[in-house]
Design a protein around this ligand. Structure first.
Ligand SMILES: Cc1ncc(COP(=O)(O)O)c(C=O)c1O
Length: 413
């Protein structure tokens, strides 16, 4: 394990950062890479960018290590939604085909599928199920394999699911789901925004057709960056959605208009990319993810979460705990008091956590130290104590929680 060094993670000088599921702080090498490229463009325009021509290639190589795959299967994207849009709109659906997803997915993994209803495709949603060790009183929890089996039909072409749910932190068992999909000829598409960089993920081994992820959470990259994995077979199925010079083999031979898309995932980097941002993501992977390794990162995050679980005041916080195979980097807790207020008050005291959909999400990364965990937990435990007039959270009282999203009209009984 590398040193949890404030020179590598300057955020440590500001406080304890436990919101890696939201927008992560940049490690110093990422900021340096970003400003280096921006400075170079400032001085010399496109001539200044020329030395960085290989950035995307280097980034693909680094990302391929992350996915344990060939660099040809990886592309740089700007965010998760961009990649999901290229999949959903390029997929050869036929009228009456079905997509299976979960009722509480993040928008990046919902709207692209909803768009397909215009093509006569049915979006079938897995209902929420109480898959945690304790009730979540109306807050989103997770989904079950029984429902996956029950709601799959001979028209199901694709399952679109988050590796980790952004609300409760419920992680899909991708090995089991991948096996299920392979046996039935279903394409498994995974939103890994909340897992890539914190959990191991091996698409080739788990029969995953495609993975989309944003770069600014567990990968420590800047906003405006993301990664997109596709298997070779799946890529061949997808029609083109976004096209431009960079997606074609002839590249900057701009007046050669022959239709020759790259057979590799480079095809999805359809046009001019933000070089400075890609350089920063590359630097983050090289400095803060790959040298530690995904397996070590995952185990260290779970160890730090166990420290939190041991010390968090049960009179104020009820953690949502899952079986080992469904554990993730997000430790969501039901709070006695309003989580938004807790988030703001904690930030004032130098502890950065994230409130989302009724939960407070605690998300340490491998760089979080034991001392920081203890500092954060004592601030959180203290918060409820000194403000007894705060509004109680309905989920805490078991009376059900903030407005549940309206069930989608295609939800199955
Ligand atoms: C599960 C999940 N997917 C995707 C995203 C981000 O989507 P995008 O990269 O399109 O902004 C988030 C952000 O919170 C998320 O939690």
């Amino acid at each position: 394990m590398m040193r949890k060094d404030p020179d590598l993670f300057p955020v440590k000088k500001e406080g304890v950062f436990l919101a890696h599921c939201a927008v992560s702080p940049l490690p110093k090498p990422a900021r340096d890479a970003l400003t280096e490229v921006a400075d170079s463009q400032m001085r010399l325009g496109g001539f200044g960018l020329a030395p960085y021509r290989k950035i995307l290639e280097d980034l693909r190589t680094a990302a391929a290590e992350l996915f344990s795959t060939d660099p040809d299967n990886v592309a740089f994207v700007k965010n998760t939604s961009e990649a999901m849009g290229m999949i959903a709109n390029g997929y050869p659906f036929r009228e009456g085909d079905e997509i299976l997803s979960y009722v509480h997915e993040y928008p990046a993994n919902h709207y692209p599928w909803r768009l397909q209803e215009k093509r006569g495709v049915r979006l079938v949603l897995l209902p929420d199920r109480p898959v945690a060790a304790q009730p979540t009183h109306g807050l989103p929890c997770g989904w079950s394999m029984d429902d996956v089996r029950r709601l799959t039909s001979d028209r199901t072409r694709l399952i679109a699911i988050s590796h980790v749910q952004f609300t409760s932190g419920y992680a899909a068992d991708l090995e089991e789901l991948g096996r299920f999909c392979r046996e039935r000829g279903i394409d498994l598409v995974v939103d890994a925004a909340q897992s890539l960089g914190s959990l191991t993920i091996e698409p080739d081994r788990c029969h995953i057709a495609a993975i989309a992820a944003s770069g600014w959470k567990w990968l420590f990259g800047p906003t405006g960056t993301g990664l997109f994995y596709t298997s070779r077979e799946f890529r061949q199925k997808l029609g083109d959605v976004l096209v431009g010079a960079e997606g074609m083999i002839q590249g900057d031979d701009y007046l050669n208009h022959s239709w020759q898309p790259h057979p590799s995932a480079r095809r999805f980097e359809y046009s001019t990319s933000p070089t400075a941002l890609a350089a920063a993501l590359q630097a983050s992977l090289r400095a803060a993810i790959l040298p530690v390794g995904l397996h070590n990162i995952q185990e260290e995050i779970f160890r730090l979460q166990d420290r939190i679980l041991e010390n968090l005041d049960p009179e104020r916080y009820k953690p949502v705990v899952f079986a080992r195979a469904n554990r993730s980097g997000i430790l969501s807790v039901i709070c006695r008091y309003d989580p938004e207020t807790i988030m703001k008050e904690a930030a004032r005291r130098g502890v950065f956590v994230s409130a989302r959909s009724g939960y407070l999400r605690l998300a340490p990364h491998w760089c979080t130290s034991d001392e920081e965990v203890h500092r954060a937990v004592s601030v959180l435990n203290d918060l409820g104590r000194c403000a007894p007039a705060w509004e109680k959270c309905p989920a805490w009282c078991g009376t059900g929680c903030p407005p549940r999203p309206a069930p989608h009209r295609n939800i199955q009984p």
